[in-house]
Ligand binder design. Structure first.
Ligand SMILES: [Zn+2]
Length: 124
């Protein structure tokens, strides 16, 4: 299901996740095979609920934050990625960390979008 999602050097931060095919708005394009769940925050793990963090070395851990993200991390059931708009082949996949890391620390943002809020939240 994720063979079109690849890791590449990102202009936002370090390594990011990029799509090699077009993704249509509102499509669920990735569901997480949950490798590990932790009750404590760890660097790069995603916060998916009260005292619950998950790790996915294939995709999730490498998705960068953007204040104008093209995707949403849906954590209502099994964590999955949903396209917030049409995403073109070659684009970096981004999510808005503020939607899931509400109690995090302020970290300077480098997303370079017009809607940039200068900081985003991350629990670590
Ligand atoms: Zn930003």
């Amino acid at each position: 299901m994720s063979n079109f999602l690849i890791k590449k050097k990102s202009s936002i931060h370090g390594i990011g996740i990029f799509t090699e095919k077009d993704i249509t708005k509102d499509t669920i394009f990735y569901e997480f095979p949950i490798e590990l769940i932790s009750n404590e925050p760890k660097a790069r793990w995603a916060h998916i609920g009260k005292n619950k963090w998950v790790s996915d070395e294939n995709v999730l851990n490498y998705i960068n934050h953007s204040c104008d993200s093209n995707s949403k991390l849906d954590i209502s059931d099994l964590p999955k990625l949903i396209a917030k708009r049409d995403i073109k082949s070659g684009e970096e996949i981004s999510v808005d960390y503020n939607e899931t890391e509400k109690n995090g620390k302020k970290v300077p943002c480098n997303c370079k979008t017009k809607k940039c809020r200068k900081y985003f939240l991350r629990i670590e």
